[in-house]
Design a protein around this ligand. Sequence first.
Ligand SMILES: C[S@@+](CC[C@H](N)C(=O)[O-])C[C@H]1O[C@@H](n2cnc3c(N)ncnc32)[C@H](O)[C@@H]1O
Length: 299
Amino acid sequence: MSLCFAVGRLAAMFETRVKLEDENGPIERELLLRGIQLKYGYDFSHYAQNSMRRRIDAVIQEMNLKNPVELLNLILQSRRVFDEVLPKLTIGVSEMFRDPPFFRAIREHVIPMLRTFPRVTVWCAGCSTGEEVFSLAVVLREEGLLDRSTIFATDINPRALRAAREGIYSASQMKENTRNYLAAGGRSVFNDYFTADYGLVKMDPSLIKNVVFSDHNLATDSVFTECQLILCRNVLIYFDPELQDRALGLFLGSLHPRGFLGLGSQESIRVSKHAADFETIDERWKLFQRARESWRTHA
Ligand SMILES: C[S@@+](CC[C@H](N)C(=O)[O-])C[C@H]1O[C@@H](n2cnc3c(N)ncnc32)[C@H](O)[C@@H]1O
């Protein structure tokens, strides 16, 4: 066999293998997600496919594995491995007063309505490690509402919820957080809300005295309370349209007749089947209010 011919055969074999792996990729990823659902109950079948694929591939690379099935085997054998992989599949990036103008919009449009209630209930869905919860608690305290408020802070990631309860963050983030706090309309000195030690800060625990941290999955769980404000920011972006509709349906089922919904700056309800159930209050910073007509349809 000539060298040229051998190289040609090898190249063809390699191409076939790559093609086969490519073709099997979606099946193997689906097996992985189905296995996770059967073993641990987390349903990722309606997450946006492309970004889920990228995240699975990144985990496989990081763990030096060959394919999703190998990852599935490890996950099935060990809850610890699953707990480590879960945050990588769900993306928990957060920051205090993320998109500061959003919090200005809350002060301007939502706070006046909340003042009219003897008790205020807020649901922070997909709260991750708690930065958003502390930001909201600071706003409610400065507006004199925190003591009569309950915040339900939920997520599917138990580790993130534990970190949120602890309220300990890197001190290196505090410069940026302070800038955000001021840009968000902060009225005090942000340093007063935490104590700093050894490169870490501990947020003032009294801010989360009335916060209930809890496991809640927007893909599988149901409505659990009525609230006047729901924040679900930078979560729907990871869902496909069907799951986005499910989550928005849960929010409608939870919201007070004229309650408010805040989403992330890259998220939209325009194409959702629930679009008509919300009025837009701030298009840029994604603040919506439940539409009057929606009470009848979703009472
Ligand atoms: C990018 S973080 C957003 C954190 C915070 N809301 C913010 O905007 O800074 C997305 C969070 O959504 C959570 N999440 C993903 N899927 C979820 C689901 N089905 N139900 C509830 N939370 C979910 C993740 O665990 C993660 O903590």
